[in-house]
Design a protein around this ligand. Structure first.
Ligand code: BGC
Length: 448
């Protein structure tokens, strides 16, 4: 049913702002998500990431759990405002020391560190100076990255510059995410263009730094399908959405520019970001690996009166109890898109895959348990399709499940839960869900 190579990396994925807590401790500066979440009604339940999973203090317990479940790798992100509270300038030694302790513990446990430099938590001080709307961000990010390459360049084998650039587009163009700016499509495109320049800058600094590991970037591919494949309006809509989403990153990263279709659309609508000579050369740096986040596909219909769910329902039911479509083939499709449409031959890591689920928390024979069959079914299906793509020759070297513990799920707050285990906000006793036991069993068998 599944075949995976022996040296495959199996990990859980996390992000600093979602798990660390200790928001104002040991010199950490505020991030755009701290500021954004303090605005009433921006986050479900007005939740804030101030405490989260308290990973800052409880990392030994969390890492030990990942190890106990049988994982051999751990994906985390550095918090820029913990390292550089003002975004540039003075390094916060206590922040750096935290990551030293944490990475040492990971290595001691035999968990391979997979580090991301930026998972959405821009220092507020930099947003105050224009954030991703200014080209200066490339140099700021390069300087920040360099601090970490110097410090950890010899112990971290896998580095990603950015996680999911689309979050920055959303945060600057449409305001649904931090920093909540609503400058519209052109600002969103501008923020993304500058993010891509910052990516290129960091890769160049990495090469100059003498770091021994590998560097890549993490992009999410949610391929859009037309609800009615024979309807030209649906086909055109899905095409445009794909252009605006993952293709707007993959094209510059692997083909050296925005696609003709996206360029035309941006020109026609006055959305074109400021592109200077040499930008695309800087963005298109040779990468060592590609990080793919894959959660689902999207089905688009140009006619709002059509019930898309009815259109896509297959016999047997392909919707999960959480309301999302169950389409595990999404990962197979995304891998083939990378290989065939973008010529990606560098190793690929699945850097995130997971689902929220209507967990059933009950007491059985005096013991508290959490049943999450939806999550188990989701993981199983995606792993089967991943294995199929690999059997067909796609070079995937590792898989990271999103995520270990329920955490701060951005605008959805703490109520939307992706963890295979849970603990009270701010920390406390950890309770494993059925899916954690499922993983433990799965990973055990892999070792046989
Ligand atoms: C993000 C995570 C997030 C997850 C689930 C991904 O897009 O990288 O930070 O928690 O999706 O929504």
């Amino acid at each position: 049913m599944y075949t995976f190579p022996k040296d495959f990396l199996w990990g859980v994925a996390t992000a600093a702002q979602q798990i660390e807590g200790a928001a104002a401790e040991d010199g950490r500066g505020p991030s755009i998500w701290d500021t954004f979440s303090a605005i009433p009604d921006k986050i479900a339940g007005n939740d804030t990431p101030a405490l989260a999973c308290d990973f800052y203090h409880r990392y030994p317990e969390h890492l030990a759990l990942a190890k106990e479940l049988g994982f051999n790798a751990f994906r985390f992100s550095f918090s820029w405002p913990r390292i550089l509270p003002e975004g540039t300038g003075a390094v916060n030694q206590k922040g750096l020391d935290f990551y030293k302790r944490m990475i040492d513990e990971m290595l001691r446990l035999g968990l391979t560190p997979n580090a991301t430099l930026y998972h959405w938590d821009l220092p507020q001080a930099l947003d105050d100076r224009g954030g991703f709307l200014t080209r200066d961000i490339a140099g700021w990010f390069g300087d920040y990255a360099e601090v970490l390459f110097k410090e950890f360049g010899d112990v971290i084998p896998l580095w990603s510059t950015f996680n999911e650039p689309i979050a920055t587009y959303v945060g600057y163009g449409h305001g649904w995410f931090a920093p909540g700016r609503t400058g519209g499509e052109r600002d969103g495109r501008t923020a993304n263009h500058h993010l891509l320049l910052a990516h290129g800058e960091a890769v160049q600094r990495f090469r100059q730094s003498g770091a021994t590991g590998q560097i890549g970037i993490v992009v999410d591919v949610w391929h859009h399908h037309p609800a009615r494949p024979d309807c030209p309006e649906d086909v055109a809509l899905a095409e445009r959405e794909n252009e605006k989403a993952y293709r707007s990153y993959l094209h510059p990263l692997f083909k050296g520019g925005y696609s003709p279709a996206l360029t035309q659309w941006m020109e026609d609508n006055h959305y074109l970001p400021p592109i200077l000579e040499g930008d695309f050369e800087k963005i298109r740096q040779p990468l060592d690996f590609f990080g793919l986040n894959c959660y689902n596909r999207v089905v688009d219909c140009a006619d709002p009166s059509v019930n898309v769910r009815q259109k896509t329902e297959h016999a047997g039911g392909n919707f999960l109890d959480n309301g999302t479509e169950y389409y595990p083939q999404a990962i197979y499709d995304a891998l083939h898109i990378l290989k065939e449409q973008y010529g990606v031959t560098i190793p690929i890591y699945i850097t995130e895959n997971g689902t929220h689920a209507p967990d059933e928390r009950i007491v059985e024979n005096g013991v508290e348990v959490i049943h999450d069959p939806v999550r188990i079914r989701y993981f199983q299906g995606f792993l089967e399709w991943l294995s199929k793509a690999m059997a067909e020759g796609v070079d995937v070297r590792g898989y990271f499940a999103w995520t270990l513990l329920d955490n701060f799920e951005w605008t959805a707050g703490y109520g939307t839960r992706f963890g295979m285990a849970t603990a009270p906000v701010g920390g406390g006793d950890i309770l494993l869900k059925d899916s954690a036991y499922w993983w433990q069993e799965f990973l055990k068998n892999k070792k046989i």
